[in-house]
Design a protein around this ligand. Structure first.
Ligand code: THG
Length: 244
């Protein structure tokens, strides 16, 4: 399974502060710690508080690439941020993310092709986050059809059903897990699947046990990749064991 470290995200107070103060050490330490713990790639998100997301994202990527060549997962809802970041990422870029909206697909699928980048696609549209498995599958099918029509290999596509926190959307978790299995049946070669694992435990008290349990279940449903906290060593051990 492809492990993408989630910790370089301005959502975390320490990282947000480091971005604001341009403190390279904090970012480089986090990058190296995550890689040491087993991350194959690093998610990079300047956070919602950034006043200049392009500048901050480019600074983060430059800072990380000074110490490692690991794949960078460019996490932004803004196409301009992704476009500029792709000019900087040396190789193995992962675009995080497009949605099922045509204007995003029209811009991000060609960028992924030109840059030989993997593309994460959220099953979300202008109508918002789906509430059911059928809505998730419909959006996934739209994304996959677009990729096939535009010669973007589904091998390079990662469909994300969008994991909702269990404390506000308990009824959806089963649909989300089943979506992972069913996304893979949409095309041949099968699209890959990915989740942002820590979403599931946001706002909950004992987060690690929820994350670990949900990851084991998602992997049993065929999950190919996860954005997670690689510094949770029991989570990493569990992922390796589940792979076995
Ligand atoms: N899918 C895709 N990309 C994603 C997500 C996804 N990127 C962002 C996110 N979801 C995955 N990354 C995180 C990072 C942090 C947290 C959750 C998911 C998190 N942060 C603490 C919180 O909000 O409680 C921050 C607390 C602190 O300040 O320390 O939980 O789903 N494609």
């Amino acid at each position: 399974m492809l492990i993408i470290g989630e910790l370089i995200n301005g959502m975390y107070g320490k990282i947000g502060k480091a971005v604001a103060e341009k403190d390279k050490q904090v970012i480089q330490d986090s990058a190296l710690n995550q890689i040491k713990a087993g991350a194959d790639a690093l998610d990079v998100n300047c956070g919602p508080a950034s006043k200049d997301p392009i500048k901050d994202t480019l600074w983060l990527i430059k800072t990380i690439q000074e110490v490692t060549d690991k794949a960078i997962c460019i996490d932004s809802s803004k196409v301009e941020v992704i476009k500029e970041a792709l000019k900087l990422v040396k190789e193995n870029a992962i675009i995080n993310s497009t949605t099922a909206d045509l204007d995003k697909l029209n811009q991000l699928v060609p960028l992924a092709k030109e840059n030989k980048a993997k593309l994460i696609a959220l099953t979300i549209s202008a109508d918002g986050i789906p509430q059911t498995k059928d809505q998730r599958l419909e959006l996934a099918a739209q994304i996959v059809s677009y990729c096939i029509e535009n010669n973007f290999s589904t091998d390079e596509l990662y469909l994300d059903p969008i994991v909702m926190p269990v404390n506000i959307a308990q009824g959806q978790e089963k649909d989300i897990l089943e979506s992972i299995r069913e996304f893979k049946l949409i095309a041949d070669p099968a699209p890959n699947t990915i989740i942002g694992l820590s979403n599931v435990s946001q706002g909950a008290l004992n987060r690690p046990i929820i994350n670990r349990t949900f990851l084991a279940m998602a992997m049993a449903f065929g999950l190919d990749a996860a954005i997670l906290d690689p510094l949770d060593s029991e989570l990493m051990d569990m992922a390796i064991t589940t792979d076995l």
